[in-house]
Design a protein around this ligand. Structure first.
Ligand SMILES: [Zn+2]
Length: 347
């Protein structure tokens, strides 16, 4: 068991087997054997390992409870396999901390449920109906979702808003921790981009394995994100069935109301048939000329997950954990991120 932990910590520290072995003066074969649980490190070696990998000895002894599966992320130029391993190790650690606390207070992270979804999706237009179905199933109606992170957490999704993505080489990640869906978005983006990415990632969790071969999963998830944040009936009621031109100030107000970018509203208008392809193209041209395809003239505030820290303090208030444990859970969480960010920027 300890082997998984050592490997996780080594990957999180972005060190090779050889680099670790040189620093603790054992052969790299030995380190490799520790990681495969074929050899148990002595307590002295374990202490050295903890120092080199910047974790506590307790970290190794805490059983690895989860393994992230179906990991999906979009990486950009400059993103290495090594960095991916590190991000995933860090995310696993954060998810483990959260599950540790939620397990202490049953019911604090509700079970995740989803409606019966079609086995095969042949057309992007089907995704609109699917998003509406999910909203109905989660009793969200058709109105704007003011606090998306909170809404997802209430439905059993762990959402991490973290600076783990640092230098823009990575955008959003989704995975499963057993039956718990996990979504990570960057803390450095404006709120509308965070919300869109969170829903895009939710799209991966819902759509993966259901899309017919000719559908690009990234495009499908973008469509899902727009449709989840502004469902088709809401789009038609807000914009009308057919329009010639959408004034940018109208789009700005809709962005404020729905937490969906002006650009994404244009896509919704096109996808719901409110604007023809040609008209939508003119709007996109208007946006590009003003640089709004990169930075829009208005911002939507970002969101912060509250469930995890809230639950830590609840456990503290009920004497289920002590002050030092609470601080360890919360501060270690932050420290890890700082450590990671320093690395990402330094790469
Ligand atoms: Zn994606």
């Amino acid at each position: 068991m300890i082997g998984t932990r050592i490997k996780q910590a080594r990957q999180a520290a972005c060190l090779s087997l050889r680099q670790v072995s040189e620093r603790i003066s054992v052969s790299h074969t030995a380190v490799s054997k520790y990681e495969r649980d074929e050899l148990t490190p002595s307590s002295t070696t374990l202490n050295q390992l903890a120092k080199v990998l910047d974790v506590t000895v307790d970290y190794f002894l805490r059983p690895a409870r989860i393994e992230l599966t179906s990991i999906e992320y979009r990486s950009h130029k400059g993103f290495s396999e090594q960095l991916a391993a590190r991000v995933i190790a860090d995310v696993s650690d954060q998810v483990e901390r959260q599950l540790e606390v939620y397990d202490l207070l049953p019911g604090t992270l509700p079970d995740f449920h989803q409606p019966q979804l079609p086995k095969r999706i042949e057309d992007l237009d089907e995704i609109d109906a699917l998003a509406t179905k999910l909203r109905e199933f989660w009793k969200l109606g058709l109105n704007p979702i003011p606090d998306l992170v909170d809404t997802l957490e209430e439905r059993g999704v762990i959402v991490l808003v973290s600076d783990v993505f640092g230098a823009n080489t990575f955008s959003g990640l989704s995975a499963w921790a057993g039956k718990v869906p996990v979504i990570i978005v960057s803390s450095e983006w404006p709120g509308d981009r965070q919300r869109f990415t969170a829903c895009h990632e939710l799209g991966h969790l819902m759509l993966h394995g259901r899309l017919s071969e000719h559908i690009d999963e990234e495009k499908a998830c973008d469509r899902f994100a727009g449709a989840f944040l502004a469902p088709r009936p809401a789009v038609l009621s807000a914009l009308g069935k057919s329009r010639k031109w959408l004034d940018y100030r109208e789009l700005m107000l809709l962005k404020d109301e729905y937490g969906l970018s002006m650009g994404a509203w244009l896509y919704r208008a096109k996808d719901c048939g409110v604007l023809t392809e040609g008209k939508a193209g003119q709007h996109f041209g208007f946006f590009r000329k003003r640089g709004w395809h990169e930075k829009e003239p208005s911002n939507y505030p970002s969101e912060t997950p509250r469930r995890f820290p809230q639950t830590v303090f609840r456990a503290l208030g009920e004497n289920i954990i002590g002050e030092s444990k609470a601080m360890e859970l919360l501060s270690a969480h932050r420290l890890d991120l700082v450590r990671l960010q320093t690395h990402v920027i330094g790469t």
